[in-house]
Design a protein around this ligand. Structure first.
Ligand SMILES: C[S@@+](CC[C@H](N)C(=O)[O-])C[C@H]1O[C@@H](n2cnc3c(N)ncnc32)[C@H](O)[C@@H]1O
Length: 269
């Protein structure tokens, strides 16, 4: 299996730095992100009052929900993209500690935790280095709750059904007398398998206890809004017109996509 090189990882993190504000708006509008977070939060023990980590915490959505459910918890949000850390700080102020690190290098932070959670980000990570890194900071008996988009998991990859949203963008471009969009390069996701995760986890003391697949129907507009977060999206179109084309594509767009997500609960033994 090929994993991204250091420089590719830097590119990924930089892309989230630039998209931070757009992402924060997207998660407000589309409840799928909050639903994912709420399911993970349920994996922590009731009345949790220890130290929890929000890994790849982004703008702080999971940390906010975790603290609402567990007001006595201490929380550290770990996030490598500066733009995201700024938004998390704005959202949660002094209710959390915020650290700059990738999931693969948590040992640099010199901390110990009683729970770790990670939402909507595991597909961006190398599990062979991330799971041992997380295990190294967790106390015995702690939970690691993490989810994965279905397109990155072998058991759910075929459950995903998407309407071809590009046709609506092309229709909108056509109305503005503009040529069709450049088809985005197909980004082949790294497919993780349950057996592989179980094996890698077991080798570092993180035992896989639960796997739950959740399938959601979502308007195809979501795919356009997600793509439009990327600053390269329709970058051949003049600024100002670009926003109008996107708005028109969203008006024209119809249909439902099926997105699956998978929730995993690991326990440190
Ligand atoms: C889709 S956002 C999810 C943010 C947040 N967990 C949420 O649920 O809203 C993905 C996040 O993963 C972060 N990320 C990307 N690669 C990472 C890595 N190797 N280690 C830690 N975080 C990473 C990005 O900077 C970005 O903030």
């Amino acid at each position: 299996m090929n994993y991204p090189s250091e420089s590719t990882q830097d590119d990924v993190i930089h892309s989230w730095h630039i998209r931070a504000h757009a992402y924060d708006k997207l998660i407000e509008r589309w409840p799928i992100f909050t639903n994912m977070v709420d399911r993970l939060v349920e994996f922590a023990p009731k009345d949790f009052d220890g130290h929890a980590l929000d890994i790849a915490g982004g703008s702080g959505l999971l940390a906010e929900h975790f603290l609402r459910r567990n007001p006595k918890a201490r929380m550290t949000l770990v996030e490598p993209a500066e733009g995201m850390r700024a938004l998390a700080s704005r959202r949660l102020g002094n209710r959390i500690i915020i650290k700059d690190a990738t999931s693969e290098k948590l040992d640099r932070l010199e901390l110990n935790a009683d729970a770790a959670l990670c939402s909507a980000s595991f597909h961006l990570m190398n599990e062979e280095t991330t799971l041992p890194s997380i295990a190294s900071v967790l106390e015995k008996g702690s939970v690691f709750a993490v989810n994965l988009w279905g397109h990155s998991f072998d058991e759910t990859i075929n459950l995903e059904q998407k309407v071809d949203w590009i046709k609506f963008v092309d229709q909108a471009l056509n109305e503005f007398d503009l040529p069709p969009m450049n088809r985005p390069k197909k980004n082949t996701p790294r497919i993780k398998s349950k057996e592989e995760l179980r094996k890698i986890g077991k080798n570092c003391g993180l035992h896989l206890r639960e796997t739950n697949i959740v399938t959601t129907e979502i308007e195809t507009q979501f795919s356009i809004e997600f793509a439009a977060m990327d600053f390269n999206f329709l970058n051949q179109v003049e600024k100002g017109i670009r926003e109008q084309v996107i708005a028109r594509a969203l008006e024209l767009c119809c249909g439902l996509d099926t997105i699956s997500t998978v929730d995993f609960k690991f326990e440190k033994v």
